[in-house]
Ligand binder design. Structure first.
Ligand SMILES: Cc1cc2nc3c(=O)[nH]c(=O)nc-3n(C[C@H](O)[C@H](O)[C@H](O)COP(=O)(O)OP(=O)(O)OC[C@H]3O[C@@H](n4cnc5c(N)ncnc54)[C@H](O)[C@@H]3O)c2cc1C
Ligand code: FES
Length: 262
């Protein structure tokens, strides 16, 4: 894609409260909507003018990577979990406040037709798959398994796992994956979540010879391909290189990632 993202300031159209620490910020922008695809993300932060003196001592200057959760007819949604300084600054925003953003960034998921698809998400890996589901739903059979730490981390899907057993099946979401591949006759997996979950999912999909695209997590400094702080190893033990999650990713063919080094 030739799009060259610039930093923009956009007013928040509306804000939606979800369970626990989760919330959604909605913006309207026809141009960004037309060029955003499932799996892409924006670097976003609360506009600096909104921070009071107390905040400005504590709130990081860095933008934070946030996936496109929904995108339809100009309306773009960001589904966010308040986990630290950057997201807690975003959590204080309300309709009419200004969001600073750069994007859309990275390469998204391949769009397919006529496949039997498994979605596997963990925690805040849910939002990009939600957008992808809307793009795939009319042309594929999709089964969605989602895992979270507790009942505060679960969202609409076909099967839920929680680590503490407070909702759905108890355990890690990957525990049910091999059975689903067989029982649902899955021929393609999309995953997004914590690195340890993606690594397990990659091993299980590979053992069954099933194509698998995964959206990788990484701590990002610049978010635009300059600092190389988000690089992950791809290739084989004999012939490998680094690719940047923010530029060549965040979506990779899981078979290309050198999981033994992660
Ligand atoms: C491509 C991409 C898309 C993302 N999309 C979303 C999204 O749609 N919604 C959303 O809420 N978050 C998303 N994230 C995660 C979000 O960017 C991070 O949680 C971010 O670091 C939060 O910033 P913070 O300043 O609030 O907290 P930080 O101070 O950065 O982190 C707070 C806590 O979370 C832990 N943490 C932060 N990031 C990670 C990580 N990548 N892996 C493991 N632990 C981590 C830290 O160790 C720390 O304990 C995405 C990340 C990437 C790379
Ligand atoms: S975060 Fe700087 S290159 Fe990816």
């Amino acid at each position: 894609m030739n799009h060259n993202p610039e930093r923009r300031e956009i007013a928040i159209y509306s804000r939606e409260e979800l369970c626990g620490d989760y919330f959604i910020l909605w913006i309207w922008d026809d141009e960004l909507s037309k060029i955003s695809n499932p799996g892409q993300f924006f670097e976003i932060r609360a506009h600096s003018s909104l921070h009071d003196a107390w905040d400005s001592q504590r709130i990081p200057k860095l933008f934070k990577p946030i996936s496109v959760y929904d995108n339809s007819g100009g309306r773009i949604g960001f589904f966010i979990k308040n986990v630290g300084p950057g997201t807690s600054a975003l959590a204080r925003l309300k309709a009419g406040d200004t969001l600073e953003l750069i994007g859309p960034l990275g390469n998204g998921f391949p769009i397919v037709k006529g496949r039997r698809v498994l979605f596997l998400s963990g925690g805040i890996g849910y939002p990009p798959l939600s957008y992808l589901q809307k793009e795939l739903i009319n042309h594929n059979l999709i089964f969605w398994s989602h895992g979270g730490a507790s009942s505060a981390d679960v969202f609409p899907c076909d099967e839920v796992w929680t680590v503490d057993g407070s909702f759905g099946k108890q355990g890690m979401v990957t525990e049910g994956m091999a059975d689903l591949l067989l029982s649902k006759k899955i021929d393609l997996v999309y995953s997004c979540g914590p690195g340890s979950m993606l690594k397990q999912a990659a091993q299980i999909a590979a053992a069954h010879g099933i194509e698998h695209y995964t959206s990788m997590e990484a701590y990002m400094a610049c978010g635009i391909g300059v600092c190389h702080g988000c690089a992950v190893p791809v290739g084989t033990d004999e012939d490998w290189t680094y690719l940047r999650v923010c530029k060549e990713g965040p979506v990779f063919n899981a078979a290309d990632v050198l999981w033994s080094e992660l």
